[in-house]
Design a protein. Sequence first.
Length: 314
Amino acid sequence: MSAVVVGHKNPDTDSIVSAIAAADLMSKRGVPSQPFCQGKIPPDTAFVLGSFGFPAPELLGPLAGKKVILVDHSDRGQAPEDLDQAELLGIFDHHKLGDITTSTPLFFWAQPVGCSCTVIKGVYDYYGVEIPRNIAGLMLCAILSDTLIFRSPTTTDEDRKAAKELARLAGVADYEALGMEMFVVKSAVTGVPARELLFRDYKDFTMNGQKVGVSQLEVVDIKLLDGVRADLRQAMTEAKAEGRHTIMLLLTDIMKEGSELLVLSDDANLAEKVFGAAATDTTYSSGNKNKGVWLPGVMSRKKDVVPKLEAVFK
Ligand code: MG
Ligand code: MG
Ligand code: MG
């Protein structure tokens, strides 16, 4: 029976592609493995899979009695609900250490880099395993996606180096152009239900016993979101009423290199506590009551938002 390789809930390109790459690597290392996903494939990921002729991984089923490898997360909140009924073989990740524990020894490949695929590329190299051309193309796109084409503060030299080598393996000449194509697909939000947009790239955290949700939409031009802001506000109100202390939405403009922050919280001063005076700037919102505040340089949930939020909740 193959081991199951799976990324986090509300999957992104890195979670899907890391599952595919890790399953290939593990299979070639003598552990037959198969990639799965924990939810709907987002449009930009579908574009990436299509570009390199790869089928979408199947939706994950029950884990009882199976062997599992996790990618792109190590916390229970992001993992399959029945993870405890499986044997966890190992983890490939690039996030802060989560709260998953095991009763058997495991491998754990983790690095503070911009993308899980950068970690997996390093493990392919470590074992001298060749990366197939189409998987190299997928991994390149995952790095471009997670690092916002190297603009995110999470980007490291290792990510740039890995992307360059993967582009060569995949035969992609202009990979920044490929990244822009992918983000243009990701930016097409018209006609998509607001709740789906809100939960597309969404993570719930437990902070000092409170449920705190942080969502992010990454687009090539924030003006593309003008038509959906009011509906997003409404979706946030509904999501908050489902038992959350706080719900934050980052509308990230990858070209302007900053994010508009929308926040609903039981703590009316939360945004100011987290982001300081910048979060009270009302000049940005004049004329549109649904607009939030513009935070220059805020690009990464992982680096710019979650640590500061946790510090406030402590
Ligand atoms: Mg991810
Ligand atoms: Mg990732
Ligand atoms: Mg992301």
